[in-house]
Design a protein around this ligand. Structure first.
Ligand code: SF4
Length: 337
């Protein structure tokens, strides 16, 4: 059996190579020329460091809709959410997990002088604002990698958007893999306050599995870190940012899957009774990059189990929530705390 990743050690080492607090720069993945470029539909932009992603509500038959980040973005921008919305995606060149289904090549998850460059957020926003108005997405997605290895990235982006008068026309979205407490360790109170009070921002935190085994199977991290996801999500909720969750359901063959999904929902509801309604199951797909790591057979089996788990999730939500609650716009679901 492969040893688990030492996530805490790797996180510290990656952080040292990913953020320069003196010059306010982060290490950004160069997407052009990478293996990931073959999986991208729209051409890479922003000098090779950005890409346009098309988010869609209804992408798959027989899979729950995914309204993120369109619903919170449309609410902030005061526009009608549409089926297909684009986002300008920038990727931090670091991650402390190695999810087998990651659509980013592992080579872009650990920064070096070939795969990434130091960039300031002023440069990123400037490259973004130089995209012609007709082509420029209204959403910036700070992705990765794990953006929270350099938690300064988010308040620096907010400052740059404000400085360049782009804040009111741009919605800022960021991902979090729920593995590090760096934002509380390394951000100042003023930076935390800015994140909490900035109106055009929301975050999605991803639960990488629905029990200890599926978490470890997906991430290559120790099963013990499954619990940490819930603790970190609670702490994020305390900050009162506009917070959402994804969950990935891929797993090995399982027995008692309904019980496991029910327990997972119990844990979400122990954070907040309404949290399942702000949680979106993400369907894992076989990208070209993914199929360099796993076989077709592996993918088919993972797909079979994610579908079974998703059905158990949908069934259980129907038991726990009224049809009125289930039809709420995700950005209108209120946490009870
Ligand atoms: S946490 Fe995200 S970026 Fe990191 S390996 Fe997993 S899918 Fe990729």
């Amino acid at each position: 059996m492969k040893p688990y990743i030492n996530v805490d050690l790797l996180s510290q080492s990656l952080r040292r190579r990913t953020v320069d607090t003196v010059n306010k720069k982060i290490r950004l993945a160069k997407i052009s020329g990478s293996k990931q470029e073959n999986d991208i539909i729209s051409p890479v932009n922003c000098n090779g460091f950005g890409r346009i992603h098309h988010f869609q509500f209804n992408r798959f038959d027989e899979w729950p809709v995914d309204p993120l980040p369109m619903a919170p973005a449309a609410k902030y921008l005061d526009i009608t959410p549409i089926q297909d919305m684009t986002a300008e995606v920038f990727q931090l060149a670091s991650c402390n997990f190695r999810c087998w289904y990651c659509f980013v090549p592992y080579s872009l998850l650990s920064p070096n002088y070939n795969n990434s460059e130091w960039k300031s957020c002023e440069e990123l926003v400037s490259m973004y604002s130089n995209i012609s108005l007709s082509q420029r997405p209204k959403i910036i997605d700070c992705s990765g990698g794990h953006p929270e290895l350099a938690p300064e990235w988010i308040p620096w982006m907010m400052e740059a958007l404000i400085n360049q008068e782009m804040a009111s026309s741009t919605f800022l979205w960021s991902d979090d893999n729920l593995s590090t407490d760096f934002m509380w360790r390394y951000l100042t109170d003023d930076q935390l306050e800015l994140i909490a009070s900035y109106p055009g921002y929301a975050r999605v935190a991803c639960f990488k599995g629905f029990d200890y085994e599926s978490f470890s199977y997906n991430t290559s991290a120790s099963p013990e870190l499954y619990d940490r996801q819930f603790d970190l999500f609670s702490r994020l909720l305390d900050l009162q940012i506009d917070l959402y969750a994804y969950v990935t359901f891929t797993s090995k063959p399982l027995s008692n899957i309904t019980d496991k999904i029910n327990l997972f929902i119990d844990r979400l509801q122990s954070i907040d009774p309404m949290l399942p309604l702000r949680t979106v199951p993400i369907k894992i797909l076989p990208f070209g990059v993914t199929l360099t790591r796993v076989s077709d057979l592996f993918m088919k089996e993972a797909d079979k189990w994610q579908t079974i788990a998703m059905r158990a999730w949908v069934d259980e939500l129907q038991k726990r929530f009224s049809s009125q609650d289930l039809s709420l716009n995700i950005s209108e679901v209120r946490f009870s705390g």
